[in-house]
Write a protein of this length. Structure first.
Length: 119
């Protein structure tokens, strides 16, 4: 079983910055993709950014140029640096890891961390 845990959420004023961190642990053989998703009240969960094991990335259009995703393959961690935050970035942010253990594939989610951006 693979566990995913996020940290780093909080309250920040518009224009400020936050850094989210996530660590995956367990019987991991390989993590293909690690990503950050978010869900605002009354809305569906949406992709924010993801990064593959080769370092290639995808970003939601609304965060391009403001957010940066990075990962440490050796430590099974991923971070999301969020700059120039806007009130519309307020949401619960979830970390996701997709990969394989020694016996099966996994698609694991963290419990989420709250980000609140005040205007």
């Amino acid at each position: 079983q693979v566990q995913v845990m996020e940290s780093g959420g909080g309250l920040v004023q518009a224009g400020g910055s936050l850094r989210l961190s996530c660590a995956a642990s367990g019987s991991i053989f390989n993590i293909n993709v690690m990503g950050w998703y978010r869900q605002a009240p009354g809305k569906q969960r949406e992709l924010v950014a993801r990064i593959r094991s080769d370092g290639s990335t995808n970003y939601q259009d609304s965060v391009k140029g403001r957010f940066t995703i990075s990962r440490d393959n050796g430590k099974n961690t991923v971070s999301l640096q969020m700059n120039s935050l806007k009130p519309e970035d307020t949401a619960v942010y979830y970390c996701n890891a997709v990969g394989t253990t020694w016996v099966r594939s996994f698609d694991s989610w963290g419990q989420g961390t709250q980000v609140v951006v005040s205007s």
